[in-house]
Ligand binder design. Structure first.
Ligand SMILES: Nc1nc2c(c(=O)[nH]1)N[C@H]1C(S)=C(S)[C@@H](COP(=O)(O)O)O[C@H]1N2
Ligand SMILES: [Mo]
Length: 220
């Protein structure tokens, strides 16, 4: 036994240190209590309510653009055709709206946020993203949450093109946060060092918005 070895170095503590170093048991998934699929204060709906600021923009696919700006190695200006040429995937996720409705098992198709990040290559100083939509809506979230395995830039829902009232032609879906973070009619993604409040975040809503911790309203 070497001198710097401490008496508490049992086989288990050594293993646990090694697990920490290796990130063992980290799935990369956002944890969600499997026994409590419905977050506190939520009720289940079967329909899909429409919620927005009341201006549903009409965006022709020929003029649609997705802009990626801020702290990235590769700023992007993606046309619809180029966006469609990116790798597509699907996700099956639940919706939790802060107005207390939840909707289970939504099938989305589109481009994963991780795929987009592989193209944009955020710089190491990028910690947050600010989303801006065609209706002028903004919302903010940490880059780590934008990059969640479940998160998708969705163009289809239940096998059909995403309808305009739900954010078509393309919206973000970040299932582990309240649905106001999931910008409809997404137009611009900006990478920032510091967090900045978006529309609802300036109007009394939480900067982060975790449904399982009921982070509905701002703490001030
Ligand atoms: N561009 C844009 N995105 C938006 C909103 C909005 O007003 N404009 N409202 C948010 C809110 S508060 C909710 S609950 C969801 C509603 O999405 P839905 O209408 O598809 O249910 O969109 C979010 N994304
Ligand atoms: Mo909402």
């Amino acid at each position: 036994m070497s001198d710097d070895s401490e008496p508490t170095d049992s086989k288990l503590t050594l293993s646990k240190r090694r697990w920490a170093a290796e990130g063992k048991f980290l799935t990369g998934r956002i944890s969600r209590p499997e026994t409590e699929r419905l977050p506190p204060g939520q009720h289940l709906v079967k329909n899909w309510p429409v919620l927005d600021l009341g201006q549903q923009p009409v965006i022709a696919l020929e003029s649609w653009r997705l802009e990626v700006r801020g702290l990235v190695d590769h700023p992007l200006d993606l046309s619809w055709a180029v966006f469609q040429s990116l790798d597509h995937t699907s996700r099956l996720t639940d919706i939790h709206c802060v107005t207390t409705w939840s909707r289970y098992d939504n099938t989305w198709e589109g481009v994963s946020t991780r795929e987009l990040l592989d193209h944009a290559m955020p710089k190491s100083e990028a910690n947050y993203v600010m989303l801006t939509s065609y209706d002028g809506y903004t919302t903010n979230l940490p880059l780590a949450d934008f990059a969640a395995e479940d998160a998708i830039l969705a163009t289809r829902w239940e096998g059909m093109p995403l309808s305009r009232d739900h954010g078509g032609p393309m919206r973000l879906v970040v299932p582990h946060l309240y649905f106001w973070k999931s910008a409809k009619w997404l137009h611009r993604i900006e990478f920032l060092t510091a967090d900045k409040a978006g529309f609802w975040e300036k109007n009394g809503y939480h900067m982060y918005g975790d449904p399982w911790r009921e982070q509905r309203y701002s703490e001030e």
